[in-house]
Design a protein around this ligand. Structure first.
Ligand SMILES: [Zn+2]
Length: 371
């Protein structure tokens, strides 16, 4: 082969590479952001019941109103409803719809009800272990629909929505989408308070099966309490439903703006995995270690900062632009669990994470691999 041939070969190779890179980028840009909207309950499952309202109808009305605004104003978003009529779906079927459609965001819409008529206001949940009895009760109520299914014990892997013990699975899970879920929840609560002027009951955590099974950032909204006369009237009114839908829409639009900026293409699957271990224990070995994550911040803290509450031996790792502070390095789960208990007064929100080599893995997987 003479130099001319080599040059020609190089030219064709480069042209091919440029062409394929260009067309694959085009493909990535064309991928729409998939928003899955899940109006809770439906059909034979009415959800909560007020003096005049049925939860399933409020959820559906707000969901459709929200979805239609998104369709009208975001050409680059594909809206998928888990249901758009009054029909019954299991929790697993709802999560399956999200996963089959490769959802970028899953928004489940519900309405609350409690015995006391005085409770009112809106709250948004992300997946997590409930820290209060109230939050656990909300999750139990929303998961209870599982009991309508035959053979739910095997279908839901032994998960019993009525047993407090069942909820322990949410302590050992690793939710890699938690940051985006929290951001979405915060934006929604902000809009409920400012746009719809609702009482802000805050962002909360609890173990919702439907969030647990959807493999994307996900939130569950409780619009308000139909056990409260005023709120029931508001949520039953067309204007109230429109206002709540607009609030969720505004929050979605801000989230989507941030999302497009971060990923460049509007596709979450294209987002780089920037998990990076910054601890001294990170080495090339494939050893599994457990650590205790005590909190996360947007900016890096100085050694000895007040936030550490006098705790030494604190490291961090970077994930999704957050500094996640960890302490303890144990090869035995029991040991890290002891540390968690020991520090529970100072850091009640701390939770256990696992690494294999310098890669963060699910605690569940770490425990399985150690068996
Ligand atoms: Zn519900």
């Amino acid at each position: 082969m003479n130099i001319k041939h080599i040059k020609r070969l190089l030219f064709y190779t480069l042209s091919f590479l440029i062409f394929t890179t260009f067309t694959s980028n085009l493909g990535a840009q064309e991928k729409k952001f998939v928003l899955v909207i899940d109006p809770g309950h439906g059909g034979e499952d009415p959800g909560a019941i007020g003096s005049i309202a049925k939860e399933k109808n409020i959820n559906l009305a707000v969901a459709l109103e929200f979805g239609e605004s998104v369709k009208k104003n975001h050409a680059d978003v594909k809206v998928v409803y888990t249901r758009n009529t009054d029909n019954y779906l299991t929790l697993q079927e709802r999560a399956d719809i999200a996963n089959k459609n490769h959802a970028d965001l899953f928004v489940s819409i519900h309405t609350n009800s409690v015995k006391s008529q005085s409770a009112y206001g809106a709250e948004t949940y992300t997946l997590g272990l409930a820290k209060t009895k109230d939050n656990l009760e909300v999750a139990m109520k929303e998961n209870a629909v599982i009991l309508l299914e035959e053979d739910y014990e095997t279908k839901y892997q032994g998960f019993d929505p009525n047993s407090v013990d069942s909820y322990i699975i949410f302590e050992f899970m690793q939710d890699i989408h938690i940051d985006q879920s929290l951001e979405t929840a915060r934006l929604i609560q902000e809009q409920f308070a400012h746009h719809a002027k609702r009482h802000d009951r805050g962002v909360r955590q609890a173990g919702f099966w439907v969030l647990h099974r959807s493999a994307c950032p996900s939130v569950l909204i409780e619009l308000g309490f139909i056990s409260n006369k005023n709120e029931e009237r508001y949520l039953m009114s067309k204007s109230g439903q429109k206002e709540m839908a607009k609030a969720i829409y505004n929050a979605f639009s801000s989230y989507k703006r941030g999302h497009s900026k971060r990923s460049g293409t509007g596709s979450s699957s294209a987002a780089p995995d920037n998990t990076k271990q910054a601890t001294e224990t990170a080495n090339n070995s494939q050893q599994i270690v457990f650590k205790l994550q005590i909190f996360a911040t947007k900016t890096q803290l100085k050694t000895g900062a007040a936030e550490f509450k006098g705790l030494e031996n604190v490291d961090f790792y970077l994930e999704n632009g957050m500094y996640k502070y960890v302490t303890g390095t144990e090869t035995q789960f029991e040991k890290i669990n002891q540390l968690k208990k020991k520090l529970s007064d100072k850091f009640p929100e701390a939770f256990i994470i696992a690494f294999q080599g310098d890669k963060k893995i699910a605690v569940k997987d770490a425990l399985n691999r150690l068996k």
